[in-house]
Write a protein that binds this ligand. Structure first.
Ligand code: AMP
Length: 453
């Protein structure tokens, strides 16, 4: 179905067309008519379904830009998801002038958030703990809230945010539209919906999405041979980027290290990393400076990689829902995806519930053995010790690299600017040259220190 069948402004329709959203995804087609009608909606939708645009278009359509006060609040389980949601909202809002979207997440300094709040905002995207802190300090008011969104509500409950969410609601006025998005419909979620929502319309699209373009394969092998099989999978299917999911943090670390020893470039992400280390890893994976991420479920939340070619479950996940959530990270927005699961004879009983005709079960010995196989990244990341606070913009970095440093634009990949640091992906073979030149040269007439990540 086309977006033009909805009652949307000309600017919004034009913008959707420009950003390449030609047709509605299933969750958008099912939920938007109700959302635009002001109804409360509970939608079963996972990451990759287009859920952000579903609620984003909804809340932007209701927004009155002239009234400079908080009109929408989106609560997310993690800072990464909040950043990703804010980014998508900004993209959707780019034709509307002066829409102010602010993220309020834990893990960031409180002071600068106060400053931003004083300047005012229309839409707040944040994590429950930090949003509540601002409400209690009266640095944020929800008196004029029109739309409340709970994104990945099941994850927020998993992470123990129930109390913060309830308390946040006590700061809202009575009549508002509440939209709840969740990858799973558990009893707990239904209870939350009952407490928060009024005559909620329920939208389910996951079963129809399941018959999508994800190829699911299960490989049996002895537990001690899993690493070898993993490498065989990489060499047989040559994925561009992969997330390998493990059930424990230790495993994530060990597998990444073992892969590195075998010249397969991998990084681990797990709950024990400091925020900055986590960011370094996520940036490198997203900008193609590392093809493989080994992750636990919690650590991978909110990660938005648009084109992930493969997901591997190193072990069978403990819950079926986790399986669905993990594999939903590949095959997004119409792309093909591969979702592979390794299991040993110890796991064989639990694997039975996955057996159906859509999934292939194979003996890992059927894979061609990898010989001398290596996986190297396309890019390497340079870190520049200057960011938004130093008024550094992507254009400045690009300018410094292509101008004075003489690199071609085509050898520069993704640029990410944070408050105090920036990351730029450089084609691997040019990394030393770029590093040297940028270290000697200037960005915005200033010398910043630069290092290779
Ligand atoms: P989400 O489920 O919100 O994480 O969205 C997954 C991805 O799909 C995002 O990268 C969106 O930019 C993209 N997307 C959302 N809606 C559409 C659409 N109607 N057509 C094409 N891509 C879309």
């Amino acid at each position: 179905m086309k977006f033009s069948s909805l009652n949307l402004s000309k600017e919004m329709l034009h913008n959707l067309d420009e950003i390449g959203y030609k047709k509605m995804t299933a969750v958008q087609a099912e939920s938007l008519p109700y959302i635009l009608d002001g109804k409360d909606v509970i939608a079963e939708a996972k990451t990759g379904s287009g859920k952000t645009a579903a609620f984003g278009i909804g809340l932007l359509s209701r927004l009155d830009v002239k009234k400079f006060r908080v009109q929408s609040l989106v609560l997310c389980p993690t800072r990464e998801l909040a950043d990703q949601v804010a980014k998508e909202l900004r993209l959707l809002a780019r034709q509307t002038h002066n829409v102010k979207i602010l993220t309020l997440c834990g893990g960031s300094a409180f002071g600068p958030q106060l400053g931003s709040l004083r300047h005012g905002a229309h839409i707040i995207v944040g994590t429950p703990g930090r949003v509540l802190k601002h409400l209690k300090k009266e640095t944020l008011s929800l008196e004029h809230l029109e739309v409340l969104v709970l994104d990945e509500a099941d994850r927020m409950l998993d992470m123990g945010f129930k109390e913060e969410i309830d308390e946040t609601l006590s700061f809202c006025k009575k009549r508002k539209q509440t939209l709840l998005f969740s990858a799973t419909y558990t009893d707990e979620i239904m209870q939350v919906s009952k407490n928060l929502q009024h005559k909620a319309i329920s939208v389910k699209t996951i079963s129809s999405e399941k018959a999508n373009n994800i190829q699911e394969r299960f490989y049996q092998c002895p537990a001690q041979e899993k690493l070898e099989v993993l490498i065989d999978i990489f060499s047989n299917f040559k994925p561009e980027n992969v997330i390998v999911f493990t059930n424990t943090k230790i495993q994530a670390k060990e597998i990444a290290e073992s892969l590195q020893k075998k010249k397969i470039d991998a990084l681990a992400i797990h709950g024990e990393l400091e925020q900055y280390e986590r960011n370094d890893v996520l940036v490198q994976f997203a900008n193609k400076s590392c093809p493989i991420l080994v992750a636990t479920d919690v650590a991978a939340r909110g990660l938005d990689i648009k084109e992930l070619s493969m997901v591997v479950n190193y072990d069978l996940p403990h819950a079926r829902e986790t399986y669905t959530h993990r594999i939903g990270r590949t095959g997004r927005a119409g792309k093909d995806g591969l979702a592979f699961t390794l299991f040993s004879s110890h796991e064989i009983d639990n694997v039975d519930e996955y057996r159906d005709e859509a999934r292939a079960f194979e003996d890992a010995r059927a894979l061609k053995k990898a010989v001398g196989f290596e996986m190297k990244p396309q890019y390497i990341t340079l870190v520049i010790e200057g960011g938004k606070k130093d008024k550094v913009r992507a254009g400045d970095i690009l300018g410094a690299l292509t101008g004075d440093a003489g690199l071609k634009g085509s050898s520069i990949g993704k640029i990410d600017i944070y408050d105090r640091q920036s990351y730029v992906a450089i084609e691997s073979k040019l990394i030393d040259e770029a590093h040297k030149k940028l270290n000697r040269g200037k960005i915005k007439n200033k010398n910043f220190s630069v290092w290779i990540l």
